[in-house]
Design a protein around this ligand. Structure first.
Ligand code: NDP
Length: 244
């Protein structure tokens, strides 16, 4: 177990993909990491193995960020164990694509709930503690789709654009209280999420002509969490190979 000086990071949706890469990157820079997942326990265990291999430690916590009561309880358990949260990464996200004209209510609400209500459910109780400590950094993972829109992703684009608006507003509210709030907006990144995407078509739209790696997103998140980013708040940083 890390000592009391070790900073604590909470990463939602960390059982795979970008969330896992963020956990490993933060662990390699000395953070202890709370690895949240919703359904993929073996994936979360693999993330913890990699966190340990990177020289740090942490714990796994199963909760669905759309479940407010459970999420608030989880934050309480984290604070009981570690006393504070220095870094919160809102990474949990889903897609449920389809043309808007045919989009079911279920598809609309599931994506909005995960990204936007999930942001509300976990960020609010964590922020209360950060404000009291006059210290903390929140980074949320949006998407290029939240900046430019994307055919078949009205729900996802709306959720990610909303995440950007919420983050910028909260950033302005807490800037004087020692807490920074930023957004990373990835382009196409090689994870399970894009397995059904028309990768060849999208690749043709990427100036760098390749898909990004989760580690390339994770490094920007780690920078934004660090003191190197001490004068950066309310910003949206694209990690997209020049796509936008
Ligand atoms: P993955 O599908 O690989 O992983 C998604 C993660 O989110 C999983 O760990 C999943 O947990 C978790 N999750 C989903 N819903 C919930 C929930 N309600 N509560 C808690 N955890 C949840 O996606 P990526 O790694 O690709 O995406 C990570 C983030 O990056 C997302 O916000 C995504 O929108 C964003 N992004 C991804 C891009 C890409 O090209 N891959 C591009 C731009 C943005 P479990 O598996 O345990 O259910």
């Amino acid at each position: 177990m890390a000592d009391a000086e070790t900073k604590t990071a909470v990463v939602t949706g960390a059982s795979k993909g970008i969330g896992r890469a963020i956990c490993v990157e933060l662990a390699a820079h000395g953070y202890r990491v709370v690895i949240n997942y919703r359904s993929d326990r073996p994936g979360a265990e693999e993330t913890l193995n990699r966190v340990r291999a990177a020289g740090s430690d942490g714990r796994i916590m199963e909760f669905d960020v759309t479940d407010r009561a459970r999420t608030v309880q989880a934050v309480k358990e984290i604070l009981d164990q570690y006393e504070t949260v220095d870094v919160l990464v809102n990474n949990a996200g889903i897609t449920a694509d389809g043309l808007f004209i045919m989009m079911s209510e279920e598809k609309w609400h599931s994506v909005i709930e995960t990204t936007l209500t999930g942001f509300y459910n976990i960020t609010k109780p964590v922020l209360e503690k950060m404000i009291r400590k006059r210290r903390g950094s929140v980074v949320s993972i949006a998407s290029v789709a939240g900046l430019v829109g994307n055919r078949g992703q009205a729900n996802y684009s709306a959720a990610k654009a909303g995440l950007i608006g919420a983050s910028r507003s909260v950033a302005a509210e807490v800037a004087r209280l020692g807490v920074r709030v930023n957004v990373v907006a990835p382009g196409l990144i090689d994870t399970d999420m894009i397995q059904a995407a028309p990768v060849a078509t999208i690749k043709a739209m990427i100036p760098m002509a390749r898909i990004g790696r989760p580690e390339e997103v994770a490094r920007v998140v780690r920078f934004l969490c660090s003191e190197d980013a001490s004068y950066i708040t309310g910003q949206v940083i694209g990690v997209n190979g020049g796509m936008f």
